[in-house]
Design a protein around this ligand. Structure first.
Ligand SMILES: Cc1cc2nc3c(=O)[nH]c(=O)nc-3n(C[C@H](O)[C@H](O)[C@H](O)COP(=O)(O)OP(=O)(O)OC[C@H]3O[C@@H](n4cnc5c(N)ncnc54)[C@H](O)[C@@H]3O)c2cc1C
Length: 487
């Protein structure tokens, strides 16, 4: 069997590993972070864009529209959230109406369906919280929402039940062609493979440049957000965009797949692709921009702020395919927005190319994705009583804000690519996603992780590396203090 190494366990790398797991191949995903979805796939708007925004004829346009059409079935297959919420792009004067007309034509050219321009009265009927100064809007009913980290974890699980292996905290430092294949040099030692696929997000151009004479550049572009708590009645049903600029789609106000409200993102080019800090001045600009869409906006229910980094390619398009002149090497470079929307299409197209060119045979059996139990928060009282009777761990509520039980946390750790950290549990179950942001549940989540993974509690981390939560047991600390006093 040919050995395939996929570098990067983001939504693209995991979707590709899943696609290739249908074929006879020995697949290994090397992920530098502590978990899958450690890069842009963890921190983005979660919107499945309809595809009106991308320039016609580009890979972005092609894979966005194709991906958006595949999304609902794609999410159903791996048991990940998808909501066909729709979207609007708002215009506040006649000059902006011309921009909407251009976007409408662009969408038609890209193959987007059902879109139309609507006037003020209809906008306010559909979305009563929109600024009444709005003039018209481009309505995009085929736009949707997903939970990007839940989707990425689900894709990884499906690949894993079909034999793909995942190795975390393994940073690829160098890729070298060797004996018709590749040597992949990492912080955990060297790996050999026949087929190499670079899906390394912000680092994809650096790895490309090690293999190719034709150089590429990625500029890390940070986006910062406010996240508001979920409400019984969401403020907006649809994603509300303003007219786009050359830096992107602009600040949006959007529901999330779980009913929270998202304000953002900003768009700032940065030097450090690892710096996910937020900045009060940038967030103030996000707030002011969001207020144009939603004048009645209140930040009283903000539960957190966060940032994600886009991998902006200077050629302004997705690069997907074989690395020219390097047989056996493939790549996805510059997968900024709408990369989440395009992921199903990117994985299918690139996967089919690899299978064709490398002569991989289809397996006789491709196992379905593991199903997750219905989340406790979504169960009726009868369903809750039933699951508690069958498994008393459903009766122990660990995260009160998001109603996550001990049974669900243990199940998340036991999944094929299971949670290994407190953030890993959060991404898979929502424990810690709520208004207290883990203040209440983290200690219990830590205990459960230690029990399930047979670790000392001091070894459990928030998000890998040195992010230990506990320094020592009290007994160890007292002993150290005692020894110190004795010296
Ligand atoms: C602020 C923001 C908002 C966005 N909003 C949307 C949206 O609403 N809709 C949409 O369609 N798209 C959106 N996007 C874009 C979307 O998030 C990305 O296109 C998509 O997540 C890219 O997935 P990926 O797998 O290519 O990259 P990533 O998710 O970044 O995955 C790359 C992985 O590779 C790992 N890695 C990197 N270097 C190495 C190495 N050397 N060795 C090993 N592992 C390595 C990283 O840790 C990471 O996990 C947004 C992006 C941002 C930042």
């Amino acid at each position: 069997m040919k050995k395939v190494i996929v570098i990067g366990g983001g939504v693209v790398g995991c979707a590709l590993a899943r696609q290739l797991s249908r074929y006879e191949a020995d697949i290994l995903v090397l992920e530098g972070g502590e978990d899958v979805a450690s890069g842009a796939s963890k921190a983005n708007s979660g919107i499945v864009h309809a595809g009106f925004d991308a320039k016609p004829g580009t890979m972005k346009a092609l894979t966005n529209v194709e991906g958006a059409k595949m999304y609902e079935a794609f999410c159903r297959e791996v048991d990940a959230p998808y909501v066909r919420s729709g979207a609007m792009v708002l215009a506040f004067d006649e000059k902006q109406r011309a921009v909407l007309e251009k976007l409408l034509r662009q969408g038609e050219e890209n193959g987007v369906e059902e879109q139309r321009i609507i006037e003020r009265e209809e906008i306010l009927r559909l979305e009563p919280n929109v600024n009444p100064d709005v003039v018209c809007a481009l309505l995009e009913p085929t736009s949707g929402l997903t939970s990007p980290y839940e989707l990425t974890c689900a894709l990884a699980d499906h690949a894993a039940v079909n034999g793909a292996q995942f190795q975390m905290e393994t940073m690829v430092e160098k890729v070298v062609p060797e004996n018709g294949g590749f040597r992949v040099v990492t912080n955990k030692g060297d790996y050999l493979c026949d087929i190499l696929v670079n899906c390394a997000g912000v680092n994809s151009a650096a790895l490309h440049n090690q293999l190719s004479e034709s150089k590429m550049t990625i500029i890390p572009r940070k986006g910062e957000y406010y996240l508001l708590d979920h409400q019984a009645e969401p403020f907006f049903q649809r994603t509300m965009f303003q007219c786009p600029s050359k830096m992107g789609k602009g600040v949006l106000v959007s529901p999330t797949a779980h009913g929270n409200t998202l304000l953002g993102p900003s768009a700032e080019d940065v030097d450090d692709s690892m710096d996910l800090g937020t900045n009060a001045d940038i967030l103030a600009k996000v707030r002011d921009a969001a207020r144009l869409t939603w004048p009645g906006m209140t930040l009283r229910t903000v539960i957190t702020t966060f940032a994600g980094i886009r991998a902006h390619g200077t050629n302004d398009d997705f690069v997907i395919g074989a690395v020219e002149g390097v047989p056996g090497a493939y790549e996805t470079v510059g997968i900024e927005s709408p990369g989440l929307s395009a992921a199903p299409s990117i994985a299918k197209r690139l996967g089919e190319q690899i299978v064709r060119e490398q002569g991989l045979n289809e397996k006789s059996e491709w196992k379905p994705a593991p199903r997750r139990e219905k989340p406790f928060y979504a169960m009726t009282l009868e369903e809750r009583a039933d699951v508690v009777r069958k498994n008393p761990e459903y009766g122990a509520l660990v995260c009160r804000c998001e109603q996550v039980t001990e049974a669900e946390i243990r199940a998340a750790i036991r999944r094929p690519v299971g949670a290994r950290t407190i953030d890993g549990v959060k991404c898979r179950t929502r424990a810690g996603m709520g208004r207290c942001q883990g203040g209440f549940c983290s200690p219990r989540v830590l205990e459960i992780l230690a029990e399930e993974l047979h670790l000392d509690p001091t070894e459990v981390t928030k998000c890998g590396g040195e992010s230990h939560v506990l320094v020592s047991t009290i007994a160890q600390a007292l002993q150290k203090g005692g020894n110190h006093n004795a010296q």
